[in-house]
Design a protein around this ligand. Structure first.
Ligand code: GAR
Length: 207
């Protein structure tokens, strides 16, 4: 079977290393049929936008300040993504909580990566939270996005040891290496139709 045209919309706010990992994985042929159809940022200066442009990917800035309120801001993002016919919305360092209208528009088709083993340490500064708590193992999680903050069904996780000499930066860097491996794997599972959402569980079908 020919790989179909599977369109990703990637939402970013900053550096874009996870976006880069997705692009690189596509360029290495690991996600057959996939392409990034749109990179959307809520921050005009996000370095992720330059990464996208270097690969000839269409970008769009949706500045929340340009809208009357959150509903209108979310609606503008929904329209931009729907206009490109995205099959999957990937949050990659997108640092805003999505509104109900957005979640409803793409229910079951939004995924996020978070640098902790959820449900531990949701929200901001998860690496510092892990250090402050004193856990010996942290890591990263790719999960479906629902109305809760970092609370949707877990797709894949990777564990990373926390070292006594770690600070938040060092721990974040080691977790990030795993994020770059994990996110493309999760996208591939979705593309292959191997994920089933049952209650709060994402079940993975064997190949
Ligand atoms: C990544 O560590 C990602 O997991 C995290 O922000 C970083 C973005 O880096 N996301 C969150 O904390 C979301 N709650 P990147 O822009 O280089 O991909």
């Amino acid at each position: 079977m020919e790989p179909k045209d599977f369109k990703l919309a990637v939402l970013v706010s900053g550096r874009g290393s996870n976006l880069q990992a997705i692009i690189d994985s596509i360029e290495r042929g690991e996600l057959p049929g996939a392409r990034v159809a749109l990179v959307l940022s809520d921050v005009a200066e996000a370095p992720a936008l330059k990464r996208a442009s270097r690969h000839g990917i269409e970008t769009r800035v949706v500045d929340p300040k340009a809208f009357a309120g959150k509903i209108e801001f979310n609606q503008a993002m929904v329209e931009a993504i729907q206009a490109r016919g995205a099959d999957l919305v990937c949050l990659a360092g997108f640092m805003r909580i999505l509104g109900k209208g957005f979640i409803e528009a793409f229910r079951g088709r939004i995924v996020n990566i978070h640098p902790s083993l959820l449900p531990a340490f949701p929200g901001l500064h998860p690496q510092q939270q892990a250090l402050d708590y004193g856990v010996k193992i942290s890591g990263c999680t790719v999960h479906f996005v629902d109305e809760t903050v970092d609370g949707g069904a877990v797709i894949l996780q990777s564990a990373v040891p926390v070292l006594e000499e770690d600070d938040a930066g060092r721990l974040a860097a080691r977790i990030l290496e795993q994020e770059h491996l994990l996110y493309p794997r999760a996208i591939r599972l979705f593309m292959e139709g191997r994920l089933t959402l049952t209650g709060r569980k994402a079940l993975i079908k064997e190949n």
